[in-house]
Design a protein. Structure first.
Length: 594
């Protein structure tokens, strides 16, 4: 960071001690707030505001200290920590318990964006007010602040590694170092905050030595490599098809991650000024082409999320994903348009960075206000899909509405409870009551599946063809596990050519000591096109055990195909010795493993 914004060669010892104390006190307070979260006598909104204020104020103070004295940093950090804390509390009011927002990735991600992007603007506003929008100053300030914080975190990790190794050594002579240090419950938090403050103070003293310039030089080498990857991707995209791109949300995540990597490389290449940026040679041209091509990745990311929304409706994650993709698309369009202009394109990119950075802070802030409430958008979307018959009632995210989507989600549950006119109204009410009472999503899903067992058993008994015809009984799947029911149902629903179920249950006297109606061979289709087979034994009329099949000629698992299921459904089988009784599907014998 340049000297004109007030960085001293070394931090005074008083400031170093102040940073260490701020880290330790903040960590202790955060530990205390964490212990108080479950205390009903503490208003959740006040607790949330205090927690976020201490967290953000400590981070900002330690980031600002150095160019500013610690006392000045404490006061200056209030300019961002106070409004940011108010925004988080405002966001927390979406939930019945305001502190629930601490577990929401959308809000905490917005906080991180505001801190990462906003802190350099704040630093310059305090130290060099005339330069707070000047790109060269912002560039140096941002990189130096972030490297200082990363250096402090690295120091914390190294100190704890030294303590752990020292403890392991001293335990050999029965000296429990960590047992002494960590005896109070809060001591681990306090020590971590203390080490972070010390680490950041030390890194500040080395600010003239620890420069991001070497990192920029290394990153520039990767520009042609990433450009080549982008060219191969664009060329191969029409050949491989778009189905894998515009379907899964994970594809959008990969695309956006690549865009962030490209942005990092581009900014390392254009640096803070033309005299430090890449030249106009081959590396400069590669940088320019990469800036132009980035818009392809951005557009595909937006489209990928949009298609997912069209298929399955909104979720809070998709709202945030589309917002992030649109913000990156703004970067892509701006970078591509500027790179195509030609004249002073690197200077125009730097100017665009300032505007886009401010825009990203504004978008992150709006995400925490009622103007853009992901839970309201999501709840309205899912209920509209339910009303239109576009979503299976069993697929409604009821537990998320009850526990994660705040007041909007709970209002959505009340709206769904008016669906008595629907045939599934009673069942829906049961599932809503279960969603409200379940303490976790896994508990809700397990109990919901258990409640669905009788219906699923009856449906599977009706769906699965039986040979000889008429051998089935209504309670045939009564003792079958939920996992097996779901697996067999999926196999039956993988239809055969002609529309018949992709499964069959064949009764027969394969084991002489067991009655023929107490044993059967089960075949069903797999997702990869193959066929799975098993030998089912019955107890009290229900499937009690399933064993793998064996080809008695080889003693190995038989290689079965869809044609074997078709042959069994058409009656093209018989049961005869080989040497024990086995099922013959054409020339293929199969039976229970010994």
């Amino acid at each position: 960071m340049p000297d004109h914004i007030g960085i001293r060669a070394a931090m005074p010892w008083a400031d170093k001690a102040g940073l260490a104390a701020i880290g330790a006190v903040a960590a202790f307070l955060l530990w205390g707030f964490g212990k108080a979260i479950d205390q009903p006598e503490v208003p959740a909104a006040i607790l949330l505001g205090a927690f976020i204020f201490v967290l953000t104020h400590a981070i900002l103070t330690m980031s600002l200290a150095g160019p500013l004295r610690v006392a000045q940093a404490l006061l200056g950090a209030l300019r961002l920590s106070l409004p940011l804390s108010a925004l988080v509390v405002w966001s927390g009011l979406r939930h019945p318990m305001a502190t629930d927002v601490l577990g929401q990735a959308s809000t905490m991600g917005a906080v991180c964006v505001i801190l990462l992007v906003g802190a350099p603007f704040l630093m310059l506003r305090l130290v060099a007010p005339r330069d707070w929008l000047r790109y060269t100053s912002l560039f140096d300030t941002a990189w130096t602040m972030h490297l200082r914080f990363l250096g402090g975190l690295l120091f914390v990790g190294m100190v704890w590694l030294v303590l752990l190794m020292s403890n392991a050594l001293l335990e050999l002579v029965r000296v429990p170092l960590l047992d002494w240090l960590l005896a109070p419950e809060w001591s681990g938090f306090v020590l971590t905050g203390l080490f972070l403050g010390i680490g950041m103070a030390v890194v500040h003293d080395l600010s003239d030595t620890v420069s991001p310039f070497i990192l920029f030089r290394l990153l520039r080498i990767l520009v042609p490599v990433v450009l080549l990857v982008l060219i191969v991707f664009v060329v191969a995209l029409p050949l491989s098809g778009l189905s894998d791109i515009f379907g899964p949300l994970s594809a959008a995540g990969v695309l956006m991650g690549m865009v962030l990597l490209v942005l990092t490389l581009l900014n390392a290449a254009i640096d803070r000024s033309d005299n430090r940026a890449v030249g106009d040679g081959w590396l400069g041209r590669a940088t320019r082409f990469l800036a132009i091509g980035m818009v392809v990745l951005c557009g595909l990311a937006v489209w990928s999320v949009a298609v997912r929304v069209q298929q399955y409706g909104w979720t809070p994650q998709r709202v945030v994903a589309l917002l992030a993709a649109l913000m990156l698309l703004a970067y892509g369009i701006a970078y591509g348009a500027i790179a195509l202009r030609g004249a002073d394109w690197k200077g125009h990119l730097r100017a665009a960075n300032v505007r886009l950075a401010i825009a990203s802070v504004v978008v992150a802030a709006v995400l925490m206000t009622p103007v853009l409430n992901p839970y309201r958008i999501t709840t309205s979307s899912q209920i509209a899909r339910y009303d239109a018959g576009r979503i299976d009632p069993e697929a409604l995210p009821l537990w998320e509405m009850a526990h994660e989507w705040g007041h909007a989600g709970q209002a959505g549950l009340l709206r769904l409870e008016t669906a008595d006119a629907q045939p599934e109204g009673a069942r829906l009410h049961e599932r809503i009551a279960l969603a409200r009472s379940a303490r976790s999503l896994s508990t809700y899903r397990a109990e919901d599946r258990r409640q669905q067992l009788p219906d699923r058993m009856a449906k599977l008994a009706e769906l699965m063809p039986v040979r000889p015809v008429g051998a089935s009984r209504p309670d045939i799947f009564a003792e079958t596990s939920t996992y097996r029911l779901e697996t067999w149902e999926e196999g039956c629903n993988r239809r055969l050519p002609g529309g018949r179920p992709g499964c069959v249950l064949i009764f027969g006297g394969f084991l002489p000591e067991v009655p023929p109606d107490e044993q059967a061979i089960l075949l069903y289709r797999l997702g990869d096109g193959g066929v799975w087979g098993g030998f089912a034994s019955f107890q009290n009329g229900a499937i009690a055990e399933v064993q793998p099949l064996m080809d008695p000629r080889t003693g190995t698992t038989p290689d079965l195909g869809v044609d074997d299921i078709v042959r069994a459904l058409d009656g093209g089988f018989d049961i005869r010795p080989s040497p024990a009784q086995v099922l013959w599907l054409g020339d293929v014998p199969i039976g229970p493993a010994p």
